[in-house]
Design a protein. Structure first.
Lengths: 196, 262
């Protein structure tokens, strides 16, 4: 029983990170994926900020849904509750980090405001409810999704740093070549679909 | 009366052509990529967004003088989220097939950059009527864009348009176009064409870093990058700037008039 549960958690983790990659397969968080991926350093910062926020948000959102919304038959309020929760959470996390860990703040701080409306955060919270995950599974799913986001954005940033020195056809300079890169990455990630 | 009508029509054509949110402003890319696997999905998503956008513009414009500046973001979020919930419940009740096809992307309308962008940049500064029509125009522009992209992907990916066979059966469809990589490919082709033909778009302003969908910072969108986008686009089509700015002056005049009457 216990090991079954553990295996299920691992499957959820891998499926969230690779098979249903949040950006390359579900198209959540495209804005920041394309917008902040021109340097590996910033991409890494953003990636870790996202891991932090998504994991925390999916834990709290799942708990609120389980213990407040579901027992009171208020499921239809989930969209409002979750978006407000995420907005508050990001502000709160920003304040806490600023107070207790200036080093972490200087690394992640600038990315935190960018996350509030990152659709991936709200998307994960809603998908957890839709899939009827318990709290631990939700946290693992959030962690996996965010890890998938981080992997994808760091890979894209690495490729983009290389592309800088390549001769790109004039029409494809700028965003088209980034999107082509994303397309090829999506094809590569498509290969993971037979993993599970 | 006639002038009034023209003003409203101008907002609608502005949304569909001059400042098309998808093709020109390059906003709201997540739903654009995700739901355009078929033209009919594009219709469903586009119209749902239009309803939310028009009503959000209406409500926020109507209450713009009563909302303190400091709490305006939470207020926008609550208004938009409530409207999205209403739309979602209506879809669930009356068109469950659309709701099922669009899935989680319906509640995700809440974080669509187009909505916050328009609310902050337009509805918070303009009168109720024009804001409402601005919402309709922007929403229809989004819908048209989604239908075009959706029809293109559906045609290439499954040989059909709106579910009807459009290509002869003998031509093998390129299935990748209706799958995830195809979405990126179509958008890449679109932006490359815009570059090639030098069409006005947020992604090909000469000499500037390209901006696709505000770099992800939707909530502060209109404050910084989105208005930035606006300016860049305006600069790139220089002759139009003058007419724009005079229009703004006119709008301001009208606002001040409204204030006097009050």
């Amino acid at each position: 029983m216990n090991s079954d549960y553990f295996i299920k958690l691992i499957i959820v983790l891998i499926s969230a990170a690779f098979v249903n990659n949040v950006v390359l397969n579900q198209f959540l968080g495209i804005c920041s994926f394309v917008g902040i991926s021109n340097k590996i350093k910033t991409a890494t910062g953003m990636g870790f900020a996202v891991i932090f926020v998504i994991t925390l948000a999916s834990a709290i959102a799942s708990a609120i849904y389980r213990f407040i919304l579901d027992p009171l038959d208020l499921e239809y309020l989930q969209t409002i509750v979750f978006i407000l929760l995420i907005a508050c959470l990001v502000q709160f996390v920003e304040m806490v980090i600023k107070k207790f860990s200036p080093a972490l703040y200087s690394a992640l701080g600038v990315y935190l405001p960018l996350i509030t409306t990152n659709c991936a955060v709200l998307g994960v919270a809603l998908l957890n409810v839709e899939a009827d995950f318990d709290i631990l599974t939700s946290i693992i799913n959030g962690l996996g999704t965010a890890a998938g986001y981080t992997i994808a954005i760091i890979l894209l940033a690495g490729i983009r740093e290389r592309i800088e020195y390549n001769e790109v056809p004039k029409s494809f300079k700028g965003s088209p070549i980034v999107l082509i890169t994303a397309c090829l990455m999506a094809m590569a990630f498509y290969g993971f679909s037979s993993l599970l | 009366m006639n002038k009034q009508k023209n003003k409203y029509m101008e907002r609608i054509t502005n949304g569909i052509f001059t400042e098309n949110p998808t093709f020109i402003m390059m906003l709201g890319m997540c739903p654009t990529l995700a739901v355009t696997t078929s033209a009919i999905n594009g219709v469903g998503m586009g119209l749902s967004t239009t309803v939310v956008l028009a009503l959000a513009n209406l409500l926020i414009s109507a209450l713009r003088k009563f909302i303190p500046d400091k709490v305006r973001m939470p207020y926008y979020i609550v208004v938009v989220a409530s409207l999205v919930t209403i739309v979602q419940l209506l879809l669930e009740a009356y068109i469950p097939s659309v709701n099922k096809a669009l899935g989680v992307y319906i509640p995700l309308i809440v974080v669509n950059c187009i909505i916050f962008g328009r609310v902050e940049a337009y509805a918070a500064k303009n009168s109720v009527g024009v804001s409402f029509f601005d919402g309709i125009g922007m929403g229809l522009g989004f819908t048209v864009a989604l239908i075009i992209i959706g029809a293109f992907r559906e045609l290439l990916g499954s040989g059909m348009v709106f579910g009807f066979q459009a290509l002869p059966e003998s031509i093998e469809p390129i299935a990748i176009f209706v799958q995830a990589p195809g979405a990126f490919l179509v958008l890449a082709i679109l932006t490359a064409l815009q570059n090639k033909l030098k069409l006005p778009s947020a992604t090909n302003v000469p000499g500037k870093e390209f901006k696709l969908a505000c770099g992800g910072n939707c909530i502060e969108c209109s404050g910084s990058t989105c208005s930035d986008n606006h300016e860049k686009i305006n600069v790139s089509k220089d002759p139009l700037v003058k007419s724009k700015s005079t229009k703004n002056v006119e709008a301001e005049k009208e606002n001040s008039k409204g204030g006097l009457i009050r």
